[in-house]
Design a protein around this ligand. Sequence first.
Ligand SMILES: [Zn+2]
Length: 88
Amino acid sequence: MEERKPAARRKPIVVKKRVCRFCNDKNVVIDYKSSELLTSFISERGKILPRRLTGTCARHQRALTVAIKRARILALLPFTTVKEKLDL
Ligand SMILES: [Zn+2]
C-alpha cells in the first residue's frame, strides 16, 4: 500500500482548549454588546462555530447563539462576509 499525504487544504479552525470558556472563567459574561468576545465564536464567513469546535458547553452555546444573533441585528457582527476570491 502506498502512503500518501493528503494535499494541504484550507487551514482548519483549530481550537486547542476543549473546555467551555464561560464555565472556566466566571468573569466572562456572554453579552451581545461585547462583540470582540463574540467574534472568536464565529467563522470567517460570519457563521456561528459549532460546539464541537469551540468546546463550549450546551448551556453557554445557547446563550452565545442568542447573543450573536442579537449582535448581528445591531450590526455589531456580520451576517455574512463577502469575499469574492474565497473559493468554496
Ligand atoms: Zn459553559
